[in-house]
Write a protein that binds this ligand. Structure first.
Ligand code: FAD
Ligand code: FES
Length: 280
């Protein structure tokens, strides 16, 4: 069933596809421009979720889009939205005080309790940095429960960088950070090249008690995983986040399938060996 949010269809669908109580209305408390086409939205409401999970965000009469949580705390939640089409353009044009309809949280995120005691490597590119910010905030609140934390981020240019205001805080929590830019003029302090160039670091020399979270465009995920597997990492040490077109988000319509898996319920976070043989 097409879970359209046109007012009439919405009335029709919601009874069949989901319980009305699943819809939450939240009020926008803060919106800030992060890059030319990305906005950070804050809602002073708590929604219990794991990092990596997502909400279906509705704009009535327009449609729905899956958007990840990019924060992790008990007071508010944040989403980083890139204006790429119909729904996202409306979300990015919201004003403080506007209401937004959401359903979720959906999907399988990162089960962070399971990784306590591990050394963490996070490799993220472009807007893929948004969902992993939830992991970083989780670790920040439980810093003594994790070993070394190494962050490797790739952006196209310096003006595409996300969450720059957080970097100092993360470094102060003893997390190492390395950033690479793939385009644009040379930057005096940042490296230029591909994100795989950053993996020639001490952090990836051994796979001992390490867990790696990879999020970004599919070619980046593939290149990073191939690189780490060649370095001796095991498939069950790599976690990847997959994005697929979604409709229902509850495992009923089949729009999001990757082989025999539903991205909306089995993912979007998968352990690498769970998608064995699939090349995204
Ligand atoms: C699990 C998950 C988590 C996600 N988390 C985030 C997040 O945190 N932040 C975020 O910004 N996005 C996120 N996304 C992606 C987001 O859901 C999509 O970008 C979504 O499609 C946006 O909806 P839209 O209506 O704005 O775009 P659409 O109008 O559906 O357009 C989507 C894409 O199709 C292209 N397109 C649209 N119309 C046409 C056309 N007529 N011809 C050719 N191409 C066209 C657009 O250029 C765009 O690239 C996530 C997706 C998934 C699956
Ligand atoms: S979006 Fe419908 S099954 Fe996943």
């Amino acid at each position: 069933m097409n879970n359209c949010t046109h007012k009439k269809c919405f009335e029709f669908c919601k009874n069949k596809l989901m319980d009305e109580s699943e819809i939450k209305f939240v009020t926008l408390d803060k919106i800030s421009k992060q890059t030319e086409d990305e906005y950070l939205l804050r809602f002073n409401t708590s929604i219990n979720h794991d990092p990596g999970q997502f909400m279906q965000v509705s704009i009535f009469g327009i449609g729905e889009a899956p958007i990840s949580f990019c924060s992790y705390n008990e007071e508010y939640f944040e989403m980083s939205v890139r204006n790429v089409g119909n729904v996202s353009a409306h979300i990015c044009n919201l004003k403080v005080g506007d209401k937004l309809a959401l359903r979720g949280p959906y999907g399988r995120g990162y089960d962070m309790k399971n990784f306590e005691g591990d050394n963490v490597i996070i490799v993220a590119g472009g807007s893929g940095v948004a969902p992993v910010r939830g992991i970083i905030e989780y670790i920040s609140q439980n810093r003594d429960k994790f070993g070394t934390v190494d962050l490797f981020f790739g952006f196209r240019t310096v003006s595409n960088m996300l969450f720059e205001n957080d970097y100092k805080k993360w470094k102060n929590l003893n997390m190492s950070m390395d950033i690479v830019l793939s385009e644009g003029p040379k930057h005096s302090k940042l490296k230029h090249g591909l994100i795989t160039d950053l993996l020639e670091s001490d952090a990836t020399k051994s796979n001992d008690k390490k867990i790696v979270f990879v999020c970004g465009p599919p070619p980046m995920i593939n290149a990073v995983c191939k690189n780490l597997l060649e370095k001796g990492f095991n498939k069950d040490q790599l976690y990847i986040s997959q994005e697929r077109q979604m409709k229902c988000a509850v495992g009923r319509c089949g729009h999001c399938m990757i082989e025999d898996k539903y991205c909306c319920t089995d993912g979007p976070v998968f352990r690498y060996d769970e998608l064995e043989g699939y090349q995204g």
